[in-house]
Design a protein around this ligand. Structure first.
Ligand code: NAP
Length: 456
């Protein structure tokens, strides 16, 4: 709700948990609200802000990452403070946070993988895509991981945009990645990769694929990569009511199926109507059993994949499970287990006055970065409506007291020091940045900045 012209409301101290797009859009909207004198304390579990913009968006998508400039403008506004390296629910309880602010917005994203629930899912060599994405993006939780790229074939399960990102990262020539902010450890490993073929497995048909035609076109345009689709896989024998996106995907898939392979260095093979039945191997992955599916229209009208008796074994040493993300509960915050989100109604956390939520943890892991702007707007409108109606409790704890009790934190200047350091290293190599990937190194860099300020 926007306050009327000239109308002044009382100060509004808001804590935002998380620092990805939904968190920054919500902060920007609150700080820009006319007639509201808002202050924001943003808490982030990592020493660095920006959430998926830093650690989810593929490194070869710098244009998408450039949305961080909008977030930088929000961070520069009076009333904004950043507190990195603070995990709400661990370092500070949700109850204590609630007591120190008029309102708390949870915008923590959805970082956990959905379970595939097939035998062999947890064999070494089978990983959630989230780990692989975090690894090539230098997320401190995943920087120490290793992925066995010594086999000829990798299989990516799922048909979303993340599956295509992962397939593209495995397929593109190292020299294309060398000019990106891909983490150094991943650059080295991908440079040495023996993978020649990446199979992307969709359980339904091309008309039901969750990826966008834009992402598939980009993959098909990668130099020295063939996208291979068997004509039978491109055939669509069931109409789908999924609209323009589905039509665009079907047209593109059918066009690609007609392209003769060029003998490129690597191939991405798109398979449809194929479900993983078991990940095979004794001590580590050595194959994947897939079942061929047919589409069946359910009572609700949706087309669902049903396994037939026909199966096939694919030899592979690496399986990446890219079947969507789900949120994880924060102690003290109501959670909807079935949806994998914070329990909420239009952004108001169910049953907790003064608690709100935005982004993937509010609505589930779907949509592009811009979707979070609309999503945050709904949440901020609910918060401002409750504020104007006098429904929010006055804080009973001074935020300064809460902040003083925290361990080592990174403020916005600390982040700027990390940012400048990474960009300076990047300039030397013709890359946007060279990321620090270990929590300790990030904290050290921020601390040096603090010490410099204290000494000045
Ligand atoms: P997603 O779009 O929800 O796709 C998940 C895929 O996994 C679907 O194809 C789904 O098939 C499949 N799947 C689910 N359970 C499965 C199972 N048991 N066996 C086999 N397949 C299964 O998820 P996502 O790819 O993680 O993407 C998350 C969001 O981020 C999406 O909104 C995406 O568009 C967005 N994103 C955007 C970009 C970009 O714009 N460049 C890049 C990355 C991500 P069914 O459809 O049959 O369920």
């Amino acid at each position: 709700m926007t306050s009327g012209p000239g109308r002044q409301t009382s100060p509004l101290h808001v804590a935002i948990v998380g620092s990805g797009p939904a968190a920054f859009y919500a902060a920007g909207q609150l700080l820009a609200e006319p007639g509201v004198s808002a202050t924001i304390d943003m808490f982030e579990r990592l020493p660095t802000p920006w959430g998926l913009v830093r650690s989810g968006v593929a490194p070869d998508h710098p244009r998408i990452k450039s949305v961080s400039r909008v977030f930088e403008q929000t961070a520069a506004r009076p009333g904004f403070r950043f507190h990195g390296n603070v995990e709400i629910g661990i370092d500070v309880s949700a109850e204590r946070l609630a007591a120190a602010y008029h309102a708390v917005i949870y915008a923590v994203g959805a970082a956990a993988d959905r379970p595939l629930e097939v035998p062999g899912e947890h064999l070494p060599g089978s990983h959630p895509a989230a780990e692989f994405v975090g690894w090539y993006n230098g997320h401190p939780d995943h920087a120490e991981r290793s992925f066995d790229l010594s086999h000829r074939r990798a299989v990516v399960i799922g048909n979303g945009n993340v599956a295509l990102d992962v397939a593209r990262m495995l397929a593109v020539a190292p020299k294309q990645l060398a000019v990106t902010d891909t983490a150094d450890h991943a650059l080295v490993a991908l440079h040495e990769s023996a993978i020649e073929e990446i199979v992307v497995l969709g359980r339904r048909g091309p008309a039901q694929a969750a990826f966008t035609a834009a992402e598939l076109s980009e993959l098909a345009a990668c130099p020295d990569v063939d996208v291979v689709i068997h004509p039978a896989d491109a055939a669509v024998d069931q109409p789908s009511g999924d609209g323009a996106g589905a039509r665009a995907n079907v047209e593109l898939v059918q066009e690609l199926a007609l392209r003769p392979p060029t003998g490129a260095r690597r191939r991405v093979v798109l398979r449809f109507l194929a479900s993983p039945q078991a990940i095979l191997g004794e001590n580590r992955v050595d194959g994947l059993r897939i079942a061929h599916n047919r589409l069946v229209r359910s009572r609700s009208g949706a087309l669902t994949a049903h396994e037939t008796a026909r199966t096939e074994d694919l030899e592979t040493g690496l399986v990446l499970r890219s079947i969507g993300y789900r949120g994880t509960p924060i102690p003290g915050v109501p959670f909807d287990v079935a949806r994998g989100t914070i329990a909420n109604d239009g952004g108001r956390v169910r049953g907790v006055v003064g608690a709100y939520t935005a982004g993937w943890i509010k609505r589930g892991a779907s949509g592009i970065i811009g979707t979070n702007k609309r999503c945050a707007r709904e949440t901020v409108a609910a918060l401002l409506e409750d504020h104007a109606a006098g429904c929010l409790a006055q804080p009973s704890v001074d935020p300064a007291e809460l902040l003083a009790a925290l361990g080592e934190t990174v403020d916005y200047d600390g982040w700027l020091a990390i940012d400048e350091h990474e960009r300076a290293r990047g300039r030397q190599q013709g890359r946007p940045r060279v990321k620090l990937v270990r929590r300790r190194d990030l904290l050290d860099r921020a601390r040096r900045c603090n010490e410099g300020r204290s000494a000045a």
